[in-house]
Design a binder for this molecule. Structure first.
Ligand code: NAP
Length: 260
């Protein structure tokens, strides 16, 4: 795929959940464009350290921070570590997500709390910490990573779907409230992307999910992490200044087709 020419030279970017999957590729994309990167992980330290090593090979600074974003104290811990190392923040990508995939009638309070806290609550309280750090730099960019389950119904996805609906709503409110601080806030909603998250569906759910997605995608293939990273990077660039509080779908046209 083609890559647009962007420069984030001298900028500081935080990407949550950036040891693996989409977050990893977003962190590396921002570093390639010149940003220093804060890499956050929860359970898997080794891949996060690998991302940091790659960022440093590009001549950028990298800071790896373990933080379980289901806890507000860990959100604070992440931002304390960031603020101790860097003089402000320019880009915040709220990418980390988790969830209990169960039918509605089997959902438990603990699963609901976990899913909503990681996927939605963490975004609000992270944005509270990000805003003053961005003000120090004269403004900034925030992008949340949502999913089509926010508006559409997917099997066993009720808690994650609700959390993503909350995330998108938070994105709109933050876009308005942070605009006077010159902070641009948007969301990206990718279609099916081949990451570890998908193994869960392929193994436990429908093994044909990927084949069907390709067949039903007008663009002829599923979305890659690189596709998502390119869009995220664009939304963090000056060219996206007038895009505010939007949820940009990147799915190769998958959601355009009405099932027969
Ligand atoms: N893959 C898709 O098809 C798809 C489609 C639409 C939207 N999305 C969205 O894209 C984003 C990335 O998805 P992905 O497919 O790359 O996921 P993934 O491969 O499952 O990776 C999830 C990431 O989130 C981190 N994470 C999970 N729980 C956390 C917690 N409590 N605190 C901090 N970090 C935590 C993980 O860190 P550890 O490795 O340390 O556990 C990991 O880096 C998510 O917001 C997801 O909803 C994905």
């Amino acid at each position: 795929m083609t890559s647009i020419e962007l420069s984030f030279s001298g900028q500081v970017a935080l990407v949550t959940g950036s040891g693996r999957g989409i977050g990893r590729v977003v962190a590396l994309r921002l570093a390639r464009a010149g940003a220093d990167v804060i890499i956050n992980y929860h359970r898997n330290q080794a891949p996060a350290e690998e991302v940091a090593a790659q960022v440093r090979e590009m001549g950028r600074r990298a800071l790896v921070v373990k933080a379980n974003l289901s806890k507000v104290e860990d959100v604070d811990l992440l931002f304390d570590a960031l603020a101790a190392e860097f003089d402000g923040l320019d880009i915040f990508i709220s990418n980390a997500a988790s969830g209990f995939n169960r039918p509605a009638l089997q959902q438990k309070v603990s699963g609901w709390d976990w899913t909503l806290n990681v996927n939605a609550r963490a975004f609000l309280f992270a944005a509270q910490r990000a805003a003053p750090l961005m003000e120090k730099r004269g403004g900034g960019h925030i992008v949340s990573i949502s999913s089509p389950g926010s508006t559409r119904v997917m099997p066993d996805y009720i808690a994650v779907g609700a959390s993503k609906a909350a995330l998108e709503s938070l994105t709109r409110y933050l876009a308005v409230e942070l605009a006077p601080k010159n902070i641009v806030v948007n969301a990206v909603s990718p279609g099916l992307v081949l990451t570890d998250a998908l193994k869960h569906f392929a193994v436990l759910g429908d093994p044909q999910v990927i084949e069907r997605a390709v067949a039903n995608t007008p663009a002829g293939r599923v979305v890659t992490p690189e596709d998502v990273a390119e869009l995220v990077a664009f939304l963090c660039s000056p060219a996206a200044f007038m895009i505010r509080g939007q949820v940009i779908v990147i799915d190769g046209g998958f959601t355009l087709i009405m099932p027969r």
